[in-house]
Design a binder for this molecule. Structure first.
Ligand code: NAP
Length: 294
């Protein structure tokens, strides 16, 4: 099933610069729902390693996923290649206090079996004042425990507030829901972020839920673009998210054929005609839509 791992050391995916100048791979691997069931552990580690072999060397996880279990899966997958992998993890909002964020980060480091995290995110906005979280993140950066920090599920108003805080302007990314069915951020958040050269990290880029995926991927226009491009509708949906150079996508896949397809989607070049056809079925927003989240 994993025979194509001979592709070991395939070229790494292209990168985009963070505001600091540090490059970040534009296509990574998600880990939500991993680390929950010990009987799936081996397969989950193998899936992530296969993605790494294919060059998808960014892994997104969170202390929330499997209550630390996903970070342990990641540790196993990257053990012999830590330096090659861009590791993203996230702190729960209720842990994101001045002292709590530091303690949570140290727990994540232990589970990930590493001494630094490439990018540490606030998972979503909770009740803790943002100033406390940024202060903790700055301290973690100064001590080298994290290289970059950022946020997740922040709308424009939250971003305005965050960047106005001391150190908040060092925000590396905002990880948000973005796929064909959820295009709301194109109205406000994408232009706002682009103006400040802050890349967006798109989560659930291939729509996550099976029923939604089915509806989406049976769409006539999407299917027709897929046929013309010699790809699957899911690959077209992923290529569409990746059509801008400053958007990062982190699909989660456990089946080898899905992992292969996702890597190949990065090489699909959608034409203006393809994009117009896709817009017909999945129109862009015509007004501000409040940020949606899963
Ligand atoms: P997703 O990646 O859009 O979708 C995952 C589902 O799509 C899985 O069922 C997977 O199946 C299937 N799939 C993947 N590639 C496929 C392909 N090429 N063809 C057909 N099916 C394919 O959804 P997600 O897991 O919600 O989002 C991705 C990652 O974003 C998460 O894992 C997590 O790391 C992050 N995330 C962050 C937040 C946040 O609040 N910050 C929220 C949600 C997600 P198989 O597993 O069977 O291969």
């Amino acid at each position: 099933m994993w025979e194509a791992t001979q592709l070991n050391h395939a070229p790494k995916v292209r990168t985009t610069p963070l505001p600091s100048g540090r490059p970040i791979p534009v296509l990574g691997q998600g880990t939500w729902r991993m680390g929950e069931d010990p009987s799936r552990r081996e397969a989950e580690v193998a899936a992530l390693r296969y993605g790494l072999d294919l060059g998808m060397n960014l892994i997104d996880t969170a202390e929330m996923y499997g209550e630390g279990g996903a970070e342990e899966i990641v540790a196993e997958a990257i053990a012999d290649q830590r330096e090659e992998v861009f590791v993203v993890t996230k702190v729960y909002p209720h842990n994101a206090t001045r002292r709590g964020a530091i303690a949570a980060c140290e727990r994540s480091l232990r589970r990930l079996k590493t001494d630094y995290i490439d990018l540490y995110l606030l998972h979503w906005r909770g009740d803790v004042p943002l100033a406390e979280t940024v202060e903790a993140f700055q301290q973690l950066k100064e001590t080298g425990k994290i290289l970059e920090h950022g946020v997740s599920n922040f709308d424009v108003a939250d971003m305005e507030e965050w960047v106005a805080l001391p150190g908040g302007d060092e925000v590396a990314t905002n990880q948000v829901l973005y796929n064909l069915a959820y295009r709301g951020i194109e109205w406000g958040l994408i232009p706002w972020s682009r103006e400040r050269r802050i890349p967006i990290m798109a989560y659930s880029p291939v729509a996550h839920k099976t029923d939604e995926q089915k509806r989406m991927f049976n769409d006539r226009n999407l299917k027709s673009v897929a046929v013309e491009q010699g790809a699957t509708p899911v690959q077209i949906a992923l290529a569409w998210v990746l059509r801008y150079r400053d958007i990062i996508a982190i699909p989660k896949a456990s089946r080898p054929e899905h992992i292969r397809d996702n890597r190949a989607a990065l090489d699909i070049k959608l034409t203006p005609e393809d994009l117009a056809k896709i817009d017909k079925s999945f129109p862009p927003p015509s007004r501000k839509v409040p940020l949606e989240m899963l």
